[in-house]
Design a protein around this ligand. Structure first.
Ligand code: IPE
Ligand code: IPE
Ligand code: MG
Length: 258
C-alpha cells in the first residue's frame, strides 16, 4: 500500500467517527512485540523498540479525535519474571524514549502520568520518569499514562490495605467504604474509567490490567501485533465502539424508548 493510500484510509476512518461519542479514556494492552521480532528472525527486543512508533502514532491519533486519557500497559508486575536481559532492555528503552520524546510531548499538549509500583523501577527510570512528569505537568490536551510494574491485583491489595489502616486508626467508618472510596484509593484516582479496552496480538485476556476500572469497558481485540498498530487501528476500534449499545444492565427498550 502506498503512503498516500494509507493516509487517506486514516482520514476516511476518522471522518466517520462521531466526535460527540469519542471515549474519554482508552486503555491499551500493547502485546505481540516479541512475536513480531521473532517472525523476522530478530531478537524480541527489536519488537519492543519498534513498538515505540506505534505508541507515538496511537497517541497522535487519540489526540486528533479528542480522547482525553490514553493508558498503555507497558510493563506488568509479572513481566519482572522475564529474562533479565529483556527486562534491562525494556528499562533502557523506557529511559531513552522518554528523553527523546519529551519535547514532542510538550509540543502536543501531552501530560505524562504513571500507574504501578514505580518504586521498584531502577533509579535511572524513576528519575527520568519523575522529570518527564514534572516537565509535562502543565499540559492539558491529553493524559498519557504508562502502567509500569503494574498489576490490578497489586493496586487493589494496596487500596484495601490503606482503607483497613484508616478504619483501624479511627479515621474511616466501615460504612463509609463505597465504590467511590475504593476508586479514590486506586492509582487511577481522578481519572474516568476506560470506556474502551484494546488488546493487540490476538490474545483475548486481560492479564491483570485495570480489573476494577474496566467493569463496563467495551473490549476490542485485534490480531495485529503491537509494532504494526497505527492510528487507523485505533480509529477502527473507536468506530466499532460507537456502533455498540452500552446497556449497563438495562434493556434496549429502556435505553431507547420508542
Ligand atoms: C508486549 O509484547 C510488551 C510487553 C509485555 C512488555 P510481548 O513482549 O509480550 O510480545 P509477545 O506477546 O511475546 O509476542
Ligand atoms: C501483558 O502482556 C502486559 C503488557 C502488555 C505490558 P503479556 O505478554 O505480559 O501478557 P500474557 O503473559 O500473554 O498474559
Ligand atoms: Mg505478550
Amino acid at each position: 500500500m502506498s503512503a498516500h493510500a494509507k493516509i487517506s484510509t486514516a482520514e476516511e476512518l476518522r471522518s466517520r467517527i462521531d466526535p460527540a461519542r469519542v471515549p474519554e479514556h482508552v486503555a491499551i494492552i500493547m502485546d505481540g512485540n516479541g512475536r513480531w521480532a521473532q517472525r523476522q528472525g530478530e531478537h524480541r527486543v527489536v519488537g519492543h523498540s519498534n513498538g515505540v512508533k506505534s505508541v507515538r502514532d496511537t497517541l497522535v491519533g487519540a489526540t486528533e479525535i479528542g480522547v482525553r486519557y490514553l493508558t498503555f500497559y507497558a510493563f506488568s508486575t509479572e513481566n519482572w519474571n522475564r529474562p533479565q536481559a529483556e527486562v534491562d532492555a525494556l528499562m533502557d528503552l523506557l529511559v531513552n524514549t522518554l528523553m527523546s520524546e519529551l519535547d514532542s510531548l510538550n509540543e502536543n499538549g501531552v501530560r505524562l502520568h504513571t500507574i504501578g509500583d514505580t518504586d521498584s523501577l531502577p533509579a535511572s527510570c524513576r528519575n527520568t520518569l519523575q522529570e518527564a512528569i514534572r516537565r509535562t505537568a502543565h499540559n492539558t490536551r491529553i493524559t498519557l499514562t504508562l502502567a509500569l510494574s503494574y498489576s490490578a491485583r497489586w493496586e487493589i491489595v494496596r487500596a484495601a490495605r490503606s482503607i483497613a489502616q484508616d478504619v483501624q486508626e479511627g479515621r474511616l467508618a466501615p460504612s463509609a467504604v463505597d465504590e467511590a472510596l475504593v476508586s479514590s484509593r486506586l492509582s487511577t484516582a481522578g481519572m474516568p474509567d476506560p470506556e474502551l479496552l484494546i488488546r493487540t496480538s490476538g490474545e483475548q485476556r486481560v492479564s491483570n490490567y485495570l480489573l476494577w476500572q474496566i467493569a463496563y469497558a467495551e473490549l476490542w481485540f485485534t490480531a495485529v501485533l503491537w509494532p504494526d498498530f497505527r492510528k487507523e487501528h485505533l480509529f477502527q476500534a473507536v468506530l466499532d465502539y460507537q456502533g455498540r449499545e452500552r446497556r449497563f444492565g438495562l434493556t434496549s427498550e429502556q435505553l431507547d424508548p420508542a
